[in-house]
Ligand binder design. Structure first.
Ligand SMILES: CC(C)(COP(=O)(O)OP(=O)(O)OC[C@H]1O[C@@H](n2cnc3c(N)ncnc32)[C@H](O)[C@@H]1OP(=O)(O)O)[C@@H](O)C(=O)NCCC(=O)NCCS
Length: 436
């Protein structure tokens, strides 16, 4: 018998089954043959929150959470952050290889020439209240782009998919900047094709009456690095949403809006906004031990700490800490950094955090940098969504061309009532609140 197999004995029937093991995995569908009798549906696996289920085979991003390794298409994140631009990394994630000079030139040209938004986008924006959360505006506006590009429904045409991919990568910063300008009541700024991706985003955010916006090169590079670090992270909650919604063959604008909605939650992309709120609540270095004590007693979580996959220092957090120093050289030191460093120091020595392998994640320092650069906390998740769009699209494209993929449709273990007797309304007992 091959060594790469799993032998299971079903003690209900004393029958033995041998299942193949491939790439360290057994196929959940192989369990279906295990039945207690002819009417049995077959054995299922139960895995709430997908803690131990691979939902796809992917060649985009590799993570070794135990050792703190992150690679895009086989390149370590540290190397890409040091040597590449964000659009170069976007090309790598989408097409599998780093571009040569002329490929990169064309790619940058294409993305740059897709940054303009249809004028109706302004009208969607104007419909939002002045105090609407920029992330909610972004999600809704990306979904609304589906009305502008009905051709996007033709997802089976590779050329058409590529056009939508370029549009989405090009337009995401424009929508993000619009949502910010709307929230502060400033007029929208059109893209400037002379600028790089990050510089142009800064231009659309912060240009006032000057004839030409000139970005600080150090801040633009820091933003570009942050974009690289956030570009993809394999099968996280939002990538899973992208694949799941995309699996029904919804168009990429709607699928991206769904992914962005998943990102908006505080347990995912919203965490860096929560980190800043937490640092504000702590107030000063002296209050750190008392705050940690509260967390250990079960009152809230240390935001920006812990990760489903990383049980080691998040490699992105290390690069972000380094980037923070560069940014503070321009903007001056954000006093919250000292509270964060103290929090990290104490937590990394504390048994509670050590035992649970809770280390700082990407969100722990990113918010502090963003704030020093002049972003309001509400914008942080929007900043995350811009580069992550590339990852979502790479995952979406891979899913669509994978012959094994079908519409995502999990099973359930039904634990509710069966076939109850219907009672007319006057005969029903009150439904107690406790039931809900
Ligand atoms: C990211 C996160 C959702 C991962 O969750 P998960 O893999 O489901 O891990 P669990 O919630 O099962 O956590 C395992 C244990 O560590 C504790 N824990 C996890 N993150 C914690 C945190 N940030 N602060 C304090 N305790 C934490 C849990 O309470 C649990 O303790 P228990 O075993 O005594 O019950 C979680 O760590 C978290 O909420 N972190 C804060 C939010 C955040 O920074 N998110 C950004 C992710 S990039």
């Amino acid at each position: 018998m091959s060594k790469d197999t799993l032998t299971i004995t079903d003690n209900r029937t004393s029958q033995t089954y041998t299942l193949p093991i491939e790439k360290g995995t057994v196929r959940a569908m192989d369990f279906r043959q295990i039945k207690s009798g002819p009417d049995d549906f077959g054995l299922m696996t139960y895995d709430p929150a997908f803690l131990n289920t691979a939902s796809c085979q992917s060649q985009v991003t590799f993570i070794d959470g135990e050792h703190g390794i992150l690679e895009y298409r086989g390149y370590p994140i540290e190397v890409l952050a040091e040597h590449c631009t964000f659009l170069e990394v976007a090309y790598l994630l989408l097409f599998g290889d780093l571009p040569n000079e002329s490929e990169l030139r064309n790619w940058v040209y294409e993305i740059t020439h897709h940054t303009m938004l249809h004028e109706t986008t302004k009208k969607f924006m104007e419909g939002f209240r002045h105090d609407a959360h920029p992330m909610a505006m972004l999600v809704s506006s990306v979904a609304a782009l589906s009305t502008v590009y009905p051709d996007a429904r033709n997802i089976h045409d590779a050329g058409n998919r590529l056009l939508q991919i370029k549009r989405l990568i090009g337009k995401m910063p424009s929508i993000a900047a619009m949502s910010y300008r709307h929230s502060v009541g400033f007029p929208y700024v059109y893209p400037d094709n002379d600028l790089t991706y990050a510089e142009n985003f800064m231009n659309m955010l912060w240009k006032m009456v000057e004839p030409k916006y000139v970005a600080n090169p150090l801040l633009a590079r820091a933003l570009d690095i942050l974009f690289i670090l956030h570009a993809d992270h394999e099968q996280n909650c939002s990538a899973n949403a992208m694949r799941s919604v995309g699996s029904s063959h919804a168009d990429p604008y709607l699928a991206t809006a769904a992914a962005a909605a998943a990102l908006s939650g505080p347990l995912h992309g919203g965490a860096n906004e929560e980190v800043l709120k937490m640092l504000d609540e702590i107030g000063s270095k002296e209050n750190v031990p008392a705050y940690i004590k509260k967390v250990k007693e079960g009152h809230g979580k240390l935001m920006g700490f812990g990760h489903r996959i990383y049980k080691n220092y998040d490699p992105r957090a290390k690069i972000i800490k380094w980037t923070a120093e560069q940014v503070f050289g321009v903007t001056g030191r954000n006093p919250k950094l000292d509270i964060a460093i103290e929090l990290e120091r104490i937590a990394l020595e504390d048994d509670y955090f050590v035992k649970r392998k809770l280390y700082p994640n990407v969100d722990f320092y990113s918010g502090i940098i963003y704030q020093a650069m002049g972003f309001k906390p509400e914008m942080f998740t929007v900043l995350f969504a811009i580069p992550r769009t590339v990852g979502w699209l790479a995952q979406w494209q891979e899913m669509l061309v994978d012959p094994e993929q079908k519409i995502a449709r999990p099973r359930q273990i039904y634990t509710g009532h069966r076939t109850r007797q219907f009672l007319r309304i006057e005969k029903r007992a009150p439904v107690t609140a406790a039931k809900h």
